[in-house]
Ligand binder design. Sequence first.
Ligand SMILES: [Zn+2]
Length: 315
Amino acid sequence: MSIYGVNYLKILDKTCFICGSKIFATSLQGDYIKCVACGHETIKNYKHQSFIINEILSVEGINKQGLLDKFKQKVLKKCTVTNDFLLDVGSASGKFLYHNKSFFKRCAGIEVTEECISFAKNHLGLEIVKDISEVTNNISVATFWHSLEHMSDENIQKILDVINSKSSDDTRVIISVPNNESLQYALFGDRYAYYDLQSHIHQFSVKSLDKLMEKYGFEKQCNFYSFPYSSFGYLQGFVNLVNPIHNYLYYRKKRGQTFTKSKGKILFLDIYNFLFLLLFILPSLLFSIHDLIHLDKGSVITACYKKKITNKQVY
Ligand SMILES: [Zn+2]
């Protein structure tokens, strides 16, 4: 079937786990199938891989609070209504919890990577569990900082179900995920900085994220513009256009990764990338203004959800 030149696929044995539609199109790059009704993208061929540690696990690194950490803290403070229990889903090194634990009476993280669990527990003194079933407290704030897109449909449903059952009118859920309707994705395609076939099972749209949360009893309270996510995304996206190694700068800085053993080549790649970084700083800042004006087309979606008010009948 073809509508307005776009090829639509009707996949009878698959249903969008968010909205229930059975009509899908192929995503821009062909790696995901896109639900025509809610815009949600699900990876076509997911090969489960061991989870990547996205940060260098050192106490020194954790103590440094960068722009992104400050952004997360600002969002958390703006959204929090009660301060009993903070749950960070996909807590990784524990950095977010470590910097924000003092605002809450209790906090915990959910994490699956053994090295991260051990680091967060033993070096940062945090409470980390492996599964949502181990969470017994009522939740004041639950956060998903770029973790939801990594989870299977079943896992997402299970986690949101528990969060719903442990929430009150004052509970807030903060979610940040890449935006498949962003200008950056449209401009850069598979060079989009937040494009990650290795580990992103999902690519959300604003509509699909809202619909998913609605299913579990939440409605959107507000969206946030993130200068660090936006400007970095443009900068890395532009550099990706001239560098075959996807997100080279990011991997070098965040994970300390090198892509060759030759010191000369490492130096060459660093300088090559750094020069393009300088060249693209100004255009990236200018493009970031677009994301500020058009939040729905921003590089990532960062949204706060609150419990949906249901009309209770008064007798
Ligand atoms: Zn859908």
